[in-house]
Write a new protein. Structure first.
Length: 111
């Protein structure tokens, strides 16, 4: 194999995985597009009592739940004003403003 072909092969072998890593790195547009919304039927969210709307929470199963508790009022929620969804740092996925799970942590009042 001529040196030129080996050199090209080595460049491709190194550049391929590097480019793939850049496309899937956290914070990249492609990684953000791959992030999907939490579903009530997913196993882990279901075990956490997740509901797309806080009004649909089973009060008998979660007696500490209050109607004012919703994702948009949780410390773990981060969303942009005016958008219907945001990211939950607990699930590491997109959740609706009015969603709820038993891991709800109220935002602390600004001092």
């Amino acid at each position: 194999m001529p040196a030129h072909n080996r050199r090209v092969f080595m460049l491709h072998a190194i550049a391929g995985p590097t480019a793939l890593t850049a496309l899937t790195a956290p914070g990249s547009a492609r990684a953000q597009a791959a992030t999907d919304a939490v579903k009530e039927t997913d196993a882990y969210p279901k075990s956490m009592g997740f509901r797309l709307n806080t009004a649909n929470v089973d009060q008998a199963k979660f007696p500490r739940h209050e109607a004012a508790q919703k994702c948009s009022e949780c410390q773990l929620f981060s969303g942009k004003p005016g958008e219907a969804t945001g990211t939950c740092s607990f699930f590491k996925r997109v959740v609706p403003l009015d969603g709820w799970c038993r891991n709800f942590k109220p935002r602390k009042a600004a001092a």
